[in-house]
Design a protein around this ligand. Structure first.
Ligand code: NAD
Ligand code: IPM
Ligand code: MN
Length: 387
């Protein structure tokens, strides 16, 4: 049974629900008159569902305010589109993103009207897997003491980065159910870890540490229980760490890491971990930054088309109410510009967000009284003023 389900899980991807991309209804182009300039960068934008749409709209205004030479093409891949015509991602979607764009900017995917979450799986996990975006980089930086939820800790003590493996683990959908609906039901979900997958993300973490002047890489796992899967992580981590004598290497079990993260976050520098633990600890880490509304991320394959998205989801109860915090998306936009070689524009955005936090020009979740739009506009004006 196990072998059969494994093979089922690993078989070639199914064709998308609809192979037709009705261009006019699905994509909007901005600044198309100026796309001939070779220095300009093309960004595919997928606002997605719920608050994703609201926060991405603000992030785009802020990017424009920097004057960075970028053009946006918006795609309506979302629950709305799926419910309308069955399309999750068009058949050539990933090839098109890779061929025609320099980066992809995503809001969030997930909608209670699609309980199977099939569109989010196809679009979001599809990008991560099919574009092979193996390193999910999630910086954890608390911008101001007022955002720090820990007693007797300063914002300056919360400054680390989680590098999450992004293409393997239980996310690969290998498994199945047997005797479903009976008292003898069996459910199996395999945790897939390949030597190549583990090695490249660990190496990425050490390279990242070198590039960013960080001193230490900590690998976290649960090798005391996941002896086969995380035994592989342990062996590979030791081997790769030996090649980076200038960077410290440390290991911690993930349960202990959660405890240390709230008791003494200052000890962390670069954390590398598997897909599932990376997902979980970065929500915890988001709380150290003031909440999910503050956390940014990039899904990277060095040298290839990469994708940027805030850590938070579509927050259905917040959707359409102009209350979502746009800062996670705006900080993600800065990460994307930095990745595209526009470090000075990225810095302007980061500085403006910092100033907004200091002056409490924020949404309610972090203590301000502004709406999503008003917060975005304040940051946009701050960026414009600094040009
Ligand atoms: P969520 O991140 O959407 O929201 C959890 C809670 O965090 C919210 O109720 C809210 O209190 C807070 N929050 C999140 N973003 C915020 C923001 N910008 N401003 C202020 N507060 C914010 O997680 P969830 O409720 O578990 O998931 C909702 C849907 O989003 C699900 O369908 C889930 O699968 C999906 N999801 C998608 C992504 C993604 O697309 N990258 C990430 C996480 C969850
Ligand atoms: C995230 C999200 C996704 C994940 C979900 C929506 C599939 O929680 O990006 O953190 O688990 O990776
Ligand atoms: Mn998550």
């Amino acid at each position: 049974m196990l072998l059969a389900t494994k093979l089922r899980g690993l078989e070639a991807p199914k064709p998308a629900a609809s192979s037709q991309e009705p261009a006019a209804s699905s994509q909007k182009c901005y600044f198309s008159a100026v796309t001939k300039d070779a220095a300009r960068r093309r960004i595919a934008v997928v606002p997605g569902d719920g608050i994703g749409k609201e926060v991405i709209a603000q992030a785009l205004h802020v990017i424009r305010a920097t004057g960075a030479p970028v053009d946006f093409t918006e795609f309506d891949w979302s629950a709305d589109r799926y419910l309308r015509d069955g399309t999750t991602i068009p058949a050539d979607g990933f090839a098109m993103l890779t061929r025609d764009y320099d980066a992809v900017f995503v809001g969030a995917l997930g909608d209670p009207r699609v309980p199977s979450n099939v569109h989010a799986k196809d679009i979001l996990l599809g990008m991560r897997f099919k574009m092979d975006l193996y390193a999910n980089v999630r910086p954890v930086k608390c911008l101001d003491d007022s955002l720090c939820p820990l007693k007797n800790r300063k914002a300056s003590e919360i400054d680390f980065v989680v590098i999450r493996e992004n293409t393997e683990g239980p996310y690969v959908d290998v498994g199945g159910v047997f005797k479903q609906g009976t008292p003898d039901e069996v459910a199996v979900q395999e945790d897939v870890n390949t030597r190549k997958g583990v090695e490249r993300v660990i190496r990425y973490a050490f390279e990242y540490a070198r590039r960013h002047g960080r001193k230490k890489v900590l690998m976290t796992d649960k090798a005391n229980v996941m002896t086969y899967a995380h035994g592989l992580w342990q062996r590979v981590f030791k081997e790769v760490a030996a090649e980076y004598a200038d960077i410290g290497a440390q290991h911690m079990y993930v349960d202990a890491l959660c405890m240390h993260m709230v008791r003494d976050p200052a000890q962390f520098d670069v954390i590398v971990t598997n897909n599932m633990f990376g997902d979980i600890i970065t929500d915890l880490a988001a709380a150290l930054q003031g909440g999910l509304g503050m956390a940014a991320s990039g899904n990277i394959h060095p040298g290839r088309r990469s994708m940027f998205e805030p850590v938070h989801g579509s927050a259905p109860p917040f959707a359409g109410k102009n209350i979502a915090n746009p800062m996670g998306a705006i900080l993600t936009a800065a990460m994307m510009l930095d990745h595209l070689g526009r470090a000075s524009e990225a810095k302007k955005i980061n500085d403006a967000v910092l100033e907004a936090v200091r002056q409490k020009k924020t949404t309610q979740d972090i203590g301000g009284s502004l709406g999503t739009r008003e917060c975005g506009e304040w940051i946009q004006q701050q960026v414009t003023g600094n040009r």
